[in-house]
Design a binder for this molecule. Structure first.
Ligand code: FAD
Ligand code: FES
Length: 299
């Protein structure tokens, strides 16, 4: 693979959506032209995107990238105004801008067995880290979960980079009945070999993983997702407390030692702007009454 985007890359396409696929559970997969980001991307990093000039700044993990094609791949779950607007954009539409790659890349060390747990968009987020471990010859076990079988994401992609993929569904329609933590708990009780555990997903899931592995003293990492603004360590929006010390997730993370994260504070800070987020969604729905109006607003 060359270190530069192909000479045929069309620079007029920068930040254009080249492919978009609607997947399960309000998640869409986007392949976006962003050659400078693709060139520097490393496992565990993220970008911040904007849809329009004074739009919200949305942090999203790099799920994949292709240096030669000059593209990055993102999996985005529509949860609020901006991600819903994004879910209405189509291949051919362009984002306003993308900043990145941001954050400290994952530390990947030879001779380890990695157990990686992903829930929701977290499956896309563990993907490059699992691949980085696999590439240096580490054993990789991926545990992925969904509410039910047809909401499961990326099973094939995770299978290609994992020695084993273990699956959990809440309703038992596929794999183990229960959560991803149900599988991890059994593995810990049965003393299965694991050197590093990585969990990415909702805060409640990451906290549950930390609580499970703590008594076994297994090194456990989580990728934190506080609200972010500038992504450069200047604004303080993403502050989290780890080991009783204030850290900025955008520059000191996003990966941290799960056993020392103050998850209660993270949960509280994630809800800090709930009234404003609700209001902004209500205004969006009021102004754009029809699907067509919403799609136009997505521009
Ligand atoms: C480093 C990092 C990587 C991320 N990677 C991804 C990814 O790969 N794919 C993806 O779908 N999402 C990812 N997120 C979360 C994503 O940034 C938020 O879902 C998005 O900013 C919500 O914006 P909104 O305007 O659509 O919703 P808002 O109206 O801002 O919020 C809607 C709901 O989402 C919750 N929310 C807001 N911000 C976050 C957040 N940072 N994390 C979790 N919940 C939030 C709010 O509490 C509210 O309940 C990541 C976040 C961080 C910090
Ligand atoms: S987002 Fe501003 S300091 Fe991290």
């Amino acid at each position: 693979m060359s270190a530069l985007p192909s000479a045929h890359f069309n620079w007029c396409n920068v930040f254009r959506i080249l492919e978009k696929n609607d997947l399960a559970a309000k998640v869409c997969r986007y392949v976006i032209a962003a050659p400078d980001v693709a060139r520097k991307a490393k496992a565990g990093q993220f970008i911040i995107l904007r849809l329009y000039d004074d739009g919200e700044r949305i942090p999203i993990t790099l799920a994949d990238w292709d240096v030669e094609a000059g593209t990055i791949t993102l999996y985005i779950q529509a949860v609020g105004k901006t991600t819903i607007m994004l879910s209405m954009m189509k291949a051919g539409d362009a984002l306003m801008d993308i900043v990145g790659p941001l954050g400290i890349p994952s530390h990947v060390e030879k001779g380890k067995t990695l157990v990686a747990l992903g829930g929701g968009f977290g499956i896309a987020a563990i993907h490059p880290v699992v691949r980085a471990h696999k590439l240096i010859g580490n054993r990789t076990i991926s545990i992925i979960g969904a509410r039910t079988r047809n909401l499961m994401l990326m099973e094939k992609e995770m299978g290609a980079i994992s020695d084993e993929v273990r699956i959990a569904t809440d309703d038992g329609s596929y794999g183990t009945k229960g959560f991803v933590t149900t599988i991890l708990k059994k593995m810990l009780e049965e003393k299965e070999q694991m050197d590093v555990v990585l969990a990415i997903g909702p805060v409640v899931m990451m906290k549950a993983v930390a609580d499970l592995t703590r008594p076994y003293r297994v090194q456990t990492l989580v990728s934190l997702n506080p609200i972010m603004m500038d992504g450069t360590g200047m604004c303080g929006a993403c502050r989290v407390v780890v080991n009783d010390k204030m850290q900025f997730a955008c520059v000191d993370g996003p990966e941290f030692d799960a056993h020392h994260v103050d998850f209660e504070l993270l949960t509280a800070r994630q809800k800090m702007y709930s009234p404003q987020e609700k209001l902004s969604m209500e205004i969006f729905e009021k102004i754009c009454k029809t699907q067509e109006q919403r799609e136009t607003a997505a521009w």
